[in-house]
Design a protein around this ligand. Structure first.
Ligand code: SAM
Ligand code: SF4
Length: 334
């Protein structure tokens, strides 16, 4: 699958639920209204949908949310998708999670074929963690992270960089990740969805952070890529990898290889634009015999790729009173 700009689309992120057991301040308002169940694709429909993308050339699949691991029986979806690894078209199946369910599920994820997990952890300070996630307990996420490691999963920690919240913790996090063999990626706050606070207060340009970190750490350029937009460095002192995702200070759209689907089957060709294609209609179309629906679904996906825009135009500034796009990150997944 190629888009009009010659970019090969080989990476799909699927949000399997918009629900979550936490309420991170940059991601959600405390009082969220979630989708009615009837609108959300069943696990079987999600499997068919992902299968259509794999048939069209998607090689890497990441399940995300909301919190993907709070969806009931989600492991059955990992298992059916995992069956397409090793010769079935899929090269990698991964998950982005807040870690709260990993003590329970890490082993089953590994058995389903998952080898890498991204766990969101913005701070190692218990009080700070409770403040950022509103409902979370640091210990539960840390237990999950170590359960993942024990199960044989490679762990990457994702931290959203926030001014005045965790900006003085990155040294400690780099050392901690180095000690335990985890990669670390720092992410700039993106203007997605209405939240309770003001994002201009949270926004911390990673160019500033990187310059500050260089005073303590030797950051060596690395050609490492995970299929995502992060740019990596090797931290000479720890041997660990440190990534930066900088949608605002450095736009990475020119190498974009991905699209995203929500749990209602809406395909977003770009995280930062509103244009979308409805894939639930061809998936469920009552006028089409079941056996023919998948062909229509594949055609709808091909048509949508032709509309993939060149890039996003995020800006965070006080003049922009509204977020760049109205939907929350939990809708399209990170
Ligand atoms: N619940 C899972 C988690 O927290 O990892 C998966 C979904 S979450 C939406 C995916 C990632 O998006 C997380 O790393 C989170 O920190 C990040 N995220 C959420 N809202 C964001 C925002 N406005 N800007 C930047 N990153 C954001
Ligand atoms: Fe939930 Fe992840 Fe959003 Fe936090 S970042 S509220 S854990 S979906």
């Amino acid at each position: 699958m190629e888009d009009p700009f010659g970019r090969r689309i080989s990476y799909l992120r699927v949000s399997v639920t918009d629900r979550c057991d936490l309420r991170c301040v940059y991601c959600m308002a405390e009082d969220m209204t979630f989708l009615p169940k009837a609108e959300v694709l069943s696990l079987e429909e999600l499997d068919r949908l992902c299968g259509a993308f794999i048939d069209l050339g998607v090689e890497r699949l990441r399940l995300t949310g909301g919190e993907p691991l709070v969806r009931k029986n989600v492991i059955s979806l990992f298992r059916s998708l995992g069956a397409r690894l090793n010769g079935g078209g899929l090269k990698e199946l991964t998950v982005t999670t807040n870690g709260t369910q990993l003590t329970k599920l890490a082993g089953e994820l590994y058995d389903a074929g998952v080898r890498r997990v991204n766990v969101s952890l913005d701070t190692l300070d218990p009080a700070g963690f409770a403040a950022v996630t509103r409902w979370g307990k640091l210990g539960q996420t840390l237990d999950g992270i170590f359960a993942a490691k024990a199960a044989g999963l490679a762990v990457k920690i994702n931290a959203v960089a926030m001014q005045g919240v965790n900006e003085h913790e990155f040294d400690r996090m780099i050392a901690w990740c180095g000690e335990h063999g985890f990669d670390l990626t720092l992410i700039e706050t993106m203007p997605l969805g209405e939240i309770s606070g003001d994002r201009t207060d949270q926004y911390l340009p990673l160019s500033t952070v990187r310059a500050r970190l260089r005073e303590t750490w030797t950051l060596e350029e690395s050609s490492h890529r995970t299929g995502g937009p992060a740019r990596y460095y090797r931290v000479a002192e720890t041997g660990g990898r440190l990534g930066f995702i900088t949608p605002l200070t450095h736009n990475f759209c020119e190498s974009c290889n991905r699209v995203r689907v929500t749990c209602t089957g809406t395909l977003y060709m770009c995280l930062g634009q509103d244009d979308a294609a409805d894939l639930r209609a061809p998936l469920r179309d009552p006028l089409v015999p079941e056996g023919e629906r998948d062909a229509n679904l594949r055609q709808a996906i091909r048509d949508a790729m032709l509309r993939k825009p060149k890039g996003h135009d995020f800006v965070i500034e006080r003049r922009a009173a509204r977020p760049a796009v109205g939907r929350h990150m939990s809708v399209t997944g990170g």
